[in-house]
Write a protein that binds this ligand. Structure first.
Ligand SMILES: *Cc1c(COP(=O)(O)O)cnc(C)c1O
Length: 384
């Protein structure tokens, strides 16, 4: 059947100027970190996230590791987070000896259940990490209230949420720090990359040092000190300027990257609504106070067999539609290094067993999307 060309789940996007900018960067004198393209990309990230300042990093994983260093976590300190997230959310804190405490997610937005946070707080709790799943904001009012009551830092893992808002304010501007990902699977990318967004002026100078191998080299380059030396813990978290050049070309075209993604997301939601409602299939919930950046479109199947069934059915049609996060709390490292909060993680387990993500990228053609929609609708549920 030659008409069934493969439809991948994601395709990294080229906005147009990437290769020209990379070439310009490589032929300039500034190929290491913190060159002119890094400055430009950083400015665009700060603007999009509404942050106070930001620093380009080699990944979101590394930005998360920087948050753990900046929080001065000590062994045995606890960090509350969802179990339904990527491993890096937890790993970053475990590397400092801290204990991830896994709290369940809400069945509607699949974000941290703010009503279960307070019960998970102990005298070792230092921070709450929220993940804005699919770029739909976590219930920040409730999260910030618990954090304020117990004096906890809030970190936003905003890997999905660039361009999203909550009550009109950009995601990335709520936590004391937020982390972004520019991995090839994200809306805006440079292959591998990330950023740390800072919303506390007191953290900026130390964050620069941590990112520059624990040295004050950034101050030295600005002429603020006459030599640079080892002053703190740190690592090499800054990307080469040609990568920032690639990223700049994408960030400059942010609206053009987003427009087709929103149209595709909207069409899935409209054309699958009747089918989903009549079969007990869940679709994304977007609360009125949230604007999301069309990062993911997913279906919540009624059973694990139907998750596996739909994935296999679409695979036969040459369409790649994967499941998503395996719960961290029941993974081998999660069991070793973390613990489950007092209310358990039942919703996390149920969602992980049932969720299927549909292809979503700017280059997906109208005919290809029609094939995905027809493919979903032609699936016969096990329990129907
Ligand atoms: C992609 C992702 C990360 C990791 O991003 P990298 O840039 O690949 O390190 C972390 N958290 C979440 C929620 C993600 O989706």
């Amino acid at each position: 059947m030659p008409e069934l060309s493969p439809i991948p789940f994601v395709k990294a996007y080229l906005a147009g100027d990437e290769l020209a900018y990379v070439s310009r960067s490589f032929t300039s004198a500034a190929v290491t970190g913190d060159g002119p393209f890094t400055a430009r990309a950083t400015e665009l990230i700060t603007k999009l996230t509404g942050g106070l300042a930001s620093l380009l990093t080699t990944s979101c994983t590394h930005a998360l590791e920087m948050t753990a260093l900046l929080l001065d976590l000590a062994p045995g300190d606890e960090v509350i987070m969802p179990s339904f997230t990527f491993v890096s959310t937890a790993n970053a804190y475990v590397l400092r000896g801290a204990v991830p405490v896994f709290v369940d997610i809400r069945p509607d937005t699949l974000n941290l259940d703010e009503t279960q946070l307070e019960a998970a707080v102990t005298d070792r709790t230092k921070a709450i990490v929220v993940v804005h799943y699919a770029g739909v904001a976590a219930a920040m009012d409730g999260v910030l209230a618990v954090a304020a009551k117990y004096g906890l830092a809030v970190i936003e893992d905003n890997a999905h949420g660039l361009g999203g808002t909550y009550r009109g304010r950009p995601l990335g501007s709520f936590g004391v720090m937020a982390t972004q990902s520019f991995h090839g699977t994200k809306n805006v990318h440079c292959g591998e990359g990330g950023a740390l967004v800072l919303n506390d002026a007191d953290l900026v100078a130390r964050a620069e040092v941590i990112r520059e191998k624990g040295t004050n080299r950034s101050q030295f380059f600005r002429g603020q000190v006459d030599k640079y030396r080892w002053v703190d813990l740190g690592s090499s978290y800054l990307p080469a300027d040609p990568l920032a050049a690639f990223l700049t070309a994408q960030l400059e075209q942010f609206d053009r990257i987003q427009a087709p993604r929103h149209a595709i997301w909207q069409r899935y939601d409209e054309e699958l609504a009747v089918w989903a409602a009549s079969r007990g299939v869940g679709v994304p919930t977007v609360p009125a106070e949230c604007v999301h950046p069309a990062h993911l479109y997913y279906l919540l199947m009624p059973s694990h067999e139907d998750q596996q069934g739909l994935i296999a059915h679409l695979r036969e049609l040459n369409i790649s539609a994967p499941f998503h996060y395996l719960p961290l709390h029941s993974s081998p490292a999660g069991e070793r290094y973390g613990r489950v909060g007092p209310d358990g993680c039942e919703v996390t387990e149920r969602v992980s067993d049932r969720l299927v993500r549909l292809p979503l990228y700017s280059q997906l053609t109208s005919d290809e999307q029609a094939r995905v929609i027809d493919g979903v609708i032609s699936y016969n549920l096990v329990a129907a």
